[in-house]
Design a protein around this ligand. Structure first.
Ligand SMILES: [Zn+2]
Length: 87
């Protein structure tokens, strides 16, 4: 399965800096914190142990659920994600 470290992507996208001044958005990108556009957003799955992966990956108890990400952040996720075939 593909997986990428959420924290690494968030730092690259300036998530925490953005969140210091903008935290009012309910529907916002999991990676950069900016509001997502419903017609272009993608959905990814977040694990409790801190990585993100595709929504169709079965994480069982490690899943925190599925969250929207913007188009650009989704592309960054795909770039950062590495196939992990050890399972
Ligand atoms: Zn984003």
């Amino acid at each position: 399965m593909k997986k990428a470290e959420l924290e690494t992507l968030r730092e690259a996208a300036g998530y925490w800096t953005y969140m210091e001044t903008h935290n009012e958005h309910v529907e916002s990108c999991l990676i950069c914190g900016r509001p997502t556009k419903p017609h272009t957003q993608k959905i990814i799955q977040m694990s409790i142990s801190g990585f993100i992966t595709d929504v169709d990956v079965e994480l069982g108890d490690d899943s925190q659920g599925c969250f929207p990400v913007g188009k650009t952040c989704y592309k960054n996720y795909l770039k950062a994600a590495k196939e992990d075939n050890q399972e």
